[in-house]
Design a binder for this molecule. Sequence first.
Ligand code: LMR
Length: 394
Amino acid sequence: MLSSLKKQPADRIIGLSAMYNADPRDTKIDLGVGVYKDAGGNTPIMRAIKTAEQRLWNDETTKTYTALIGDGGFHNAMADLILADSVDRSRVSYCATPGGTGAVHHVLELVKMTGTDATVWFSDPTWGNHLSIAKHVGVPVEKYGYFDADTRAVDFDKMIADLGRVSAGDVVVLHGCCHNPTGANLNETQWGLVADLLLEKGAVPFIDIAYQGFGDGLQEDAFGTRLLAGKFPEMFIAASCSKNFGIYRERCGLIMAISADGDASAITQGNLAYVNRQNFSFPPDHGARLVTMVLTDPELRADWEAELEDVRLGMLKARQGLADALRAECGSDRFGFLADHRGMFSRVGATEAQVDQLREEHGIYMVFDSRLNIAGVTEDKIETIAKAIIAVGI
Ligand code: LMR
């Protein structure tokens, strides 16, 4: 039986990490997978998370099941963080999931379960796993233009033109902030225009928010999500706690689904519980519990926000540093977009051959589409990276 299975393509981001780990060169530089690294190249456990873990170890008295949709305290704390008061909470249903990826998967499964044959629209480009999960779940997919390869900014005219082809009931996936892989983001005016267009079309927005706090700040990064939540009768949100709480391996994510009213929300809620039950029953609890503790304890919360802000400012500094170093190398401002982008990623705009050359000749690992993880651009490596980028002819 197993011999009938077809070979699956390796995930290109995760595959790159394996290549990096196997590379014996001690000069190698990892700008691949979206994991935060400090100046020493380590992915630290955030202070507030560590303290919460210590408290939990002392205070937790049982490991019995929570609920199929996870713990209510986690839902409320996350809704406060992401939605604030943008929407009447009686219209919101919740489902804790294994990571943001689990949330994306379940939302697409729910879309499929509606039996509406809704097309799911993704930005071109988007996180590769979005498309892969959509294919796996079996929902029809379309792409809308998003990125201008010349300016490395959002191609807003193309985006609006393409979204003009959306049909009523279609689902439109938008990155809440810190677009992955490009780093180019909508401004507030553009969010408003997208909202107006999608409302007119009768589309259902689906916000994937995985980097809140990495872009312009915790509140600022939730702007688009809150704006849309306040306007649309129906909407999905998939949130990840992997990055902004640094709990990658705990697999902690959340779906928030906004329904037209409280009655519809009760049905959605039941369907979300069903989806968890059919896939794996109860969601992981450890990460969700830590996040809840951090968000609801004033002292832990303040410490988490302070550390997150340091991370964000560090990445902004790295952006400016690399843009400046590239200006010094090439004598022009053509890499200025690096300082304008936000979040963990920027698409530099190199060919796959140039990306291969960077890896093979310079030991610099970027994702094949020339996405670089700015957190890997530590001060001691800026010059090396800038010189290599110019050396391969980008
Ligand atoms: C990334 O885009 O690198 C991260 O979201 C990690 C992943 O799972 O791909």
